[in-house]
Design a binder for this molecule. Structure first.
Ligand code: PSU
Ligand code: MN
Length: 312
């Protein structure tokens, strides 16, 4: 793990909220939350409710939320409600910030909503070990032509943090993503399931590398993974409580995007908006629910991890 120099240059660039900083120093549970889903994952403005609900659920589980994003020339680890609302209100006008975009975004003082990969890059620096999100980015359908593979994967491979997600984004090539995770040496744990969840659907995904039944077990696997010198992340796939079969709609949305010449970063928001429209808003409700439930589970694992640290 890279040791963050606590020198002046970094301390003004990396703005760690005092409560987050204290909790990290005391070995308590801190859960990182991303801002891409706040700005880009929900219609303008609505992301704030989702983000605030995630923070509440993390606190209710006994951990401290650290929502991460770039604003006013600094990388924020933990932010106040006003800044969170700014991310939601700026919506798709906020920059989408992956690991490679952090520096330019900070230097140019743009508002930068961090993806899972961007958030994990900051976790590595700030030594935050847990994160909750909706879906991980991964290998896109048609990747043999486009080579469109999310930087989330490479960053997860080099960050010792545990991420709770409902699998990967529904529009991806899920089996290819599972293969990539295996190749990168990232454990994929199923939360009370043998299959990697398909975001909106619990069943039918590729097999996980191990199933875990409790938060203590998940925390212990992560601890052992890191104790064995593995410095990669650990993915915990938590199935949604209710399943929606949206695969036919995803296919329709992708076909439509391709006909309209929509490519790259614009594809996800297009597909999400299409799913929402075509499902009478059910995908958006489920998306908001699973993001909050994943944040809560990440918090419970973080608390179990910190308790075991104290006992040792
Ligand atoms: N899953 C969703 N909506 C999203 C994302 C994931 O249902 O907006 C975001 C996450 O922030 C994830 C990012 O890290 O998409 C990956 O984007 P890309 O494929 O461009 O790397
Ligand atoms: Mn991409």
């Amino acid at each position: 793990m890279c040791l963050a120099p606590r020198g002046d240059a970094l301390s003004h660039l990396l703005r760690i909220d005092p409560e987050v900083d204290e909790t990290l120093r005391a070995g308590g549970g801190v859960v990182a939350l991303e801002t891409t889903l706040v700005s880009h994952g929900f219609p303008r403005g609505e992301g704030a409710d989702v983000a605030l609900e995630c923070e509440r659920r993390v606190r209710a589980a006994g951990a401290v939320p650290a929502t991460i994003g770039v604003a006013d020339g600094a990388v924020h680890v933990g932010m106040d409600e006003a800044l969170l609302i700014r991310f939601a209100e700026t919506g798709s006008k906020a920059r989408k910030v992956g690991p490679r975009d952090l520096a330019a975004c900070a230097v140019q003082a743009a508002l930068g909503a961090t993806t899972v990969g961007g958030t994990l890059a900051v976790c590595r620096l700030a030594r935050v070990r847990f994160m909750g999100t909706g879906g991980l980015g991964g290998v896109h359908r048609g990747w043999t032509e486009t080579l469109d593979v999310s930087a989330d994967l490479a960053q997860l491979a080099r960050t010792d943090a545990l991420v709770v997600a409902s699998g990967v984004k529904s529009l991806l090539d899920v089996s290819a993503t599972a293969e990539a995770l295996e190749a990168l040496g990232v454990p994929v744990l199923g939360w009370r399931t043998d299959e990697l969840p398909l975001f909106y659907t619990a069943q039918g995904g590729p097999p996980v590398s191990a199933r875990v039944e409790s938060v203590e077990e998940a925390a212990n696997v992560a601890r052992m993974h890191w104790a064995l010198g593995r410095d990669s992340g650990v993915l915990v796939g938590r199935p949604p409580d209710e399943s929606l079969d949206v695969e036919p709609l995803v296919e329709e949305a992708l076909a439509r995007a391709s006909r309209q010449g929509i490519t790259g970063q614009a594809v996800t928001p297009f597909v999400l908006a299409y799913l929402h429209e075509a499902s009478d808003g059910r995908t958006r409700v489920l998306n908001a629910e699973l993001v909050a439930a994943n944040a809560e589970l990440a918090a419970k694992v973080a608390v179990a991890y910190s308790h075991a640290e104290v006992e040792q």
